[in-house]
Ligand binder design. Structure first.
Ligand SMILES: [Zn+2]
Length: 381
């Protein structure tokens, strides 16, 4: 009896196990995918979505969209124009050194996730965001009044068409909105994938802790200027992460005005079709920005703030023949400031076309063809 029961029990158990096995094998077939994706898979898939998005953009989408500096932070969609080797004897600026250090601490997975969401949020800022809705500059909105005042002043300062130059904040926290991400992916991704991609972006934002839900400064550690024919049209984009980092490095007094002054300087060049192929394309805007902050009709800054501005210029200098070395960027900013403080009539604003011409004449002195640093020092002194 006991034996029989035991046999029956074993038989039932065996049948149960078979049934369970049958259920177990049947379930995945009925409701695939069975396994939840890993973080690695999510990040790889998001990376592919963002890459496809960039590949699906119109050819002129990113043309001449210019970053404040060539950041070491990996970002999908960034066009790196570094072409030559490092300049011997040059030391990168403090902001670049700091950004390098932060980037070096990332694991490959973190780096990949950051690159994807950074590229995605930049595209949102460039092509979806608009200044027609209230703007919040800085992580907690602390820079909004300065940003608004600066763009207003710049529009009146330079003699270019300015009403349609937007100033928009670049915020990593925009990535938390599925609706905003749908709009962004809709710019270039196949329509059938847009909803999935948007949901995945917000998922990755919170499943990779280093992204801090979009508040990691590395995500938005830059500023950009975009011309009329790029996707989104004329605009200046100011990263929250850049403002946080500049504050950390000690240049908070001048951050918004100096950076927006520089980026608006690109709009001055765009308006005149001035697209130099050398570092004067970056140092020109440094100079125009210096002219603006020091000018009586601009920010009318005193010598101390002017000095701080040139140190900020130097902090983003590189050694890659890209945006100018720290010494060169500092010299360009200081030259611009001197144009303002040295004027006979402090209220006169030099026409933008004249400013461009004057700077192009000065450029070979600031950046001697042979790259002899003693000549740069002499020009500065
Ligand atoms: Zn620039």
């Amino acid at each position: 009896m006991r034996t029989g029961t035991g046999q029956l029990g074993r038989a039932l158990a065996a049948a149960g196990a078979l049934a369970a096995l049958a259920v177990a094998t049947a379930v995945p077939a009925a409701a695939a995918p069975a396994d939840p994706s890993t973080v690695e898979q999510d990040v790889a898939k998001l990376n592919q979505y963002v890459t496809d998005l960039y590949n699906g953009l119109p050819p002129t989408a990113l043309r001449d969209v210019d970053p404040l500096f060539e950041s070491p932070i990996p970002q999908i969609g960034r066009q790196n124009r570094t072409t030559k080797g490092p300049i011997p004897g040059c030391t990168e600026g403090s902001l670049l050194t700091y950004a390098n250090k932060l980037a070096a601490q990332l694991t490959p997975l973190e780096s990949q996730a950051l690159g994807a969401v950074s590229g995605l949020s930049q595209l949102y800022t460039q092509a979806v965001a608009t200044d027609k809705t209230p703007q919040v500059f800085g992580t907690d909105g602390q820079y909004t009044p300065r940003a608004t005042a600066t763009i207003d002043k710049l529009r009146g300062f330079w003699d270019i068409e300015s009403w349609d130059v937007q100033l928009v904040p670049w915020k990593g926290t925009d990535l938390g909105s599925v609706e905003k991400m749908k709009q962004t992916f809709g710019l270039g991704l196949a329509p059938a994938q847009v909803a999935d991609a948007a949901a995945l972006a917000t998922k990755v934002l919170y499943e990779v802790p280093v992204l801090q839900g979009g508040r990691n400064p590395l995500l938005t550690l830059n500023a950009f200027s975009a011309p009329a024919d790029s996707l989104g049209g004329k605009r200046v984009m100011l990263g929250d992460g850049l403002l946080d980092t500049v504050n950390l490095l000690g240049y908070d007094d001048v951050s918004v005005e100096a950076v927006v002054g520089h980026e608006y300087g690109h709009q001055v060049d765009f308006a005149h079709d001035n697209h130099p192929l050398n570092e004067s394309s970056e140092m020109g805007p440094d100079a125009y920005g210096g002219y603006f902050v020091a000018h009586a009709k601009g920010d009318a800054w005193d010598a101390r703030l002017q000095q701080e501005t040139t140190y900020l210029d130097a902090s983003i200098g590189d050694c890659q023949h890209s945006h100018g070395t720290p010494d060169q960027r500092k010299a360009a900013g200081a030259w611009g400031e001197q144009q303002a403080t040295g004027q006979d009539n402090p209220n006169e604003i030099v026409p933008s076309a004249t400013m461009i011409k004057n700077f192009q004449e000065e450029y070979p002195i600031l950046v001697p063809p042979a790259g002899d640093p003693s000549t740069v020092a002499a020009a500065r002194g």
